[in-house]
Ligand binder design. Structure first.
Ligand code: DX5
Ligand code: ZN
Length: 224
């Protein structure tokens, strides 16, 4: 079986007991924590920055952190996350003055680089950076909110990116973010996705063990 990775988005967690909620999904068997940073400028929502992550680390969260930055400008925020120590940082190309420079800032301390692409954004920006990045995050909803519906046309985009990665003989991981549910995960997994972000599907359920178990059971049946 392919090594699928589950990344719960804590945007849907209970912020009043964030550390506790995260420990619960870790115990339930997730692989990394998806950390959505929104700035009320690039997207209209406002969420969390580096300070909260620092507290979570102090609280004992040591699982890989997958930071998804929806903020503009982005370089300075990235530097702050790098200082705290995270595993992946994804940014949207339109938030950077110079994509190559932003990539180098992320890479400097060994952090992995992700490029996040909105549903209606072209993939052209990948042309010159395939050798520089570790992850492609394909948004399957417009960025900014949890609990939106998966856009079905994104399945073609995921298939296309998967082929592109293979054509380049590359180890780039393909991540999908937005509207991923137990009832569409099989269809999505067949496109070649490696990392699944789940917000509402996990955190809006009472029993994280049960939902993560069910997701893994579905993924076990995928052959690719
Ligand atoms: C949306 C965020 C997502 C979101 C996913 O802008 O990037 O990570 O929290 O939530 P669901 O799974 O509920 O669509
Ligand atoms: Zn996200």
């Amino acid at each position: 079986m392919k090594n699928f990775l589950l990344a719960p988005s804590i945007l849907s967690a209970n912020f009043a007991k964030l550390g506790e909620d995260i420990k619960k999904v870790i115990l339930a068997g997730c692989d990394m924590i998806h950390y959505d940073v929104m700035d009320n400028h690039y997207v209209s929502n406002l969420t969390m920055g580096p300070i909260i992550l620092k507290s979570l680390k102090k609280y004992g969260i040591s699982i890989p952190i997958d930071v998804h930055i929806m903020a503009k400008p982005v370089d300075n925020l990235i530097k702050q996350f790098i200082k705290i120590g995270v595993d992946y940082i994804s940014f949207h190309p339109e938030t950077s003055k110079n994509i190559y420079n932003t990539i180098q800032i992320i890479k400097k301390n060994g952090c992995k680089v992700g490029i996040a692409i909105n549903p209606y954004t072209s993939l052209n920006c990948l042309d010159y950076i395939m050798n520089e990045i570790d992850m492609i995050l394909i948004m399957s909803v417009n960025p900014g909110l949890e609990g939106q519906k998966f856009m079905p046309f994104i399945l073609n985009k995921l298939n296309y990116v998967n082929k592109l990665i293979k054509k380049n003989n590359s180890n780039i991981l393909l991540e999908v973010d937005g509207g991923v549910k137990i009832n569409n995960i099989s269809k999505i997994a067949k496109t070649g996705v490696d990392i699944f972000v789940f917000g509402s599907e996990i955190f809006k359920k009472n029993n994280y063990n049960k939902i993560i178990y069910k997701i893994k059971k579905k993924l076990k049946k995928i052959k690719n």
